[in-house]
Design a protein around this ligand. Sequence first.
Ligand code: DXP
Ligand SMILES: NCC(=O)COP(=O)(O)O
Length: 246
Amino acid sequence: MSELLLGVNVDHIATLRQARGTNYPDPVYAASVAEHAGADGITVHLREDRRHIQDRDIHVLKQTLHTRMNFEMAVTDEMVAIACDVKPVFCCLVPEKREELTTEGGLDVVGQLDKITKATEQLTAAGIAVSLFIDADKAQIDAAVASKAPYIEIHTGHYADLSSEEEQLIELDRLTVGIKYAHSLGLKVNAGHGLNYFNVKPIAAIKEIIELNIGHAIIARAAIDGLDKAVRDMKQLMLEARNYNT
Ligand SMILES: CC(=O)[C@@H](O)[C@H](O)COP(=O)(O)O
Ligand SMILES: NCC(=O)COP(=O)(O)O
């Protein structure tokens, strides 16, 4: 069974920095620690409101990463221009609202197919692999295929937010059906949002998933155990889930 990759999202290292307007903690340094600990990639979300990751972070990470950058962005001319300048390996197109605390759902590809297809064409022409952050919804998956984006990232936030085990199992089944459907259409499938040390294994066990992008839980754990250990512990859980279910 293929190895499951871990993309570490360092947004909330930047949240801590922005809280006081200092130059520490530096998400660039955190990315280096995470890579040393076994992260297969680094995810950063440059939001329109710059609440955490800054433009400087993106440019320095481009010069310093040893793995690869997954640049999360809204589908705007500003972000497309930045992405085409920086040329990360991956761009993940996400929905964004200034008033949201965090990402609330998947991108509506069905309702914005022309806009997303155009952005995908522009980013692809710049040599960037495009991923669409979508819900495990058949119509959205079909629209992702139509947009010609090679990757999708299935939004696991609803699964993560559920408290009852029964409801979580129902949502896990819905995610699994969507992921397998997307894979059957030739899409490369990642997953993320809200995954933590207690809910990651059932998602990691879905063998069609290539990469999990995890941030908040790892950075929160790092505040207690340190980032190196937080990353290694998450990688270990993912490895156990994938190997156990071979
Ligand atoms: C798209 C997604 O689920 C996250 O990668 C996103 O970065 C969440 O936004 P915040 O990092 O601002 O919480
Ligand atoms: N796309 C998901 C991501 O990068 C991290 O999301 P979270 O683990 O911070 O919720």
